[in-house]
Design a protein around this ligand. Structure first.
Ligand code: CP
Length: 307
């Protein structure tokens, strides 16, 4: 039995197979529509979510399976003091696979060690968000045809943004990737990630000005400032509009640069950018369903050759 805690839990070859499967699902939805009949997905969300929880539920329903779960810790027995390890023991009796989001780093990992069913980390605190990374990689691979040879800018809250941390981890395994980290001083990328890049001799630079680096980017990954991880409101208000991607800045970018965003967006991409063909963040959401369908099939070890 396998769990998914980090994008590195899958080898590059396994990810390729997962993305091939996701692309096949995209083209042949009907073929997969009964693949999970009789199977149940539990979504245990101790933190707010729109995309991740609903895309997991949509994915399982599209595979013919069923879903159950909670979307708020306050409506679960966590509010009475139940531990994550006890909760997953219950969930293992009710379902076949579980997607868990938790505000504490490592909570889904703790759950996985007490679980009889595959557990998927659907975001743990400021740590990792592997299924968002699978979504990001599938989007890039589907729209660009490759996952190597890119200069990628990551812009915004690089300190608390778990999607950024997971994506850097994952892209570090592909050839000729250059990272450009664009953030205010207070929201710089954590030192442990920089140390990891240095160890692997992966090129990176840290800058404050987005305009300065726009012309050299092949991909721009925008992120919101993570209000929920700030210790005081004053700092959040000071930093929340530090970057706003607008039409003027897009003029500086390459004609084939892609703009990605894990969403939700707050104010960091002006709505006027949405109509630019380089803005692919809503397409990214659709890829998120396909890749979660592929992930559920893979972790449940469904033989897709027989479909
Ligand atoms: N991208 C993402 O994780 O969105 P949600 O918080 O809405 O799930």
């Amino acid at each position: 039995m396998r769990h998914l805690m980090s994008p590195l839990d899958f080898s590059v070859e396994e990810l390729d197979r997962l993305f091939d499967l996701a692309n096949d699902i995209e083209k042949n939805r009907e073929k997969y529509s009964h693949a999970c009949v009789g199977k149940k997905l539990a979504t245990c969300f101790y933190e707010p979510s729109t995309r991740t929880r609903l895309s997991f539920e949509s994915a399982m329903l599209s595979l013919g399976g069923e879903v159950l779960g909670f979307s708020d810790a306050a409506s679960s027995s966590a509010a009475k003091g139940e531990s994550v390890s006890d909760t997953i023991r219950m969930i293992s009796c009710y379902s076949d696979i579980c997607a868990m989001r938790h505000p504490k780093e490592g909570a889904p990992m703790v759950a996985s060690t007490h679980s009889r069913i595959p557990v998927i980390n659907a975001g743990d605190g400021g740590h990792q968000h592997p299924t968002q990374t699978l979504t990001d990689l599938l989007t890039i691979r589907s729209l660009k045809g490759r996952l190597s040879d890119f200069t990628i800018g990551l812009c915004g809250d690089l300190k608390f943004g778990r999607t950024v941390h997971s994506l850097i981890n994952a892209l570090s395994r592909y050839d000729n990737i250059k990272f450009v980290f664009v953030s205010p001083e207070e929201l710089r990328i954590p030192e442990y990630i920089i140390d990891n890049l240095k160890e692997k001799n992966i090129p990176y630079e840290e800058v404050i000005s987005l305009e300065e680096v726009m012309p050299k980017l092949d991909l721009l990954y925008m992120t919101r400032v993570q209000r929920e991880r700030f210790f005081n409101e004053e700092d959040y208000v000071r930093l929340k509009d530090f970057y706003i991607l607008n039409k003027e800045k897009m003029v500086l970018a390459k004609d084939d640069m892609l703009v990605l965003h894990p969403l939700p967006r707050v104010n960091e991409i002006s709505v006027e950018v949405d109509d630019d063909p380089r803005a692919v963040y809503f397409k990214q959401v659709q890829y998120g369903v396909y890749v979660r369908m592929a992930l559920i099939l893979t972790l449940l070890e469904i033989d897709t050759t027989k479909l």
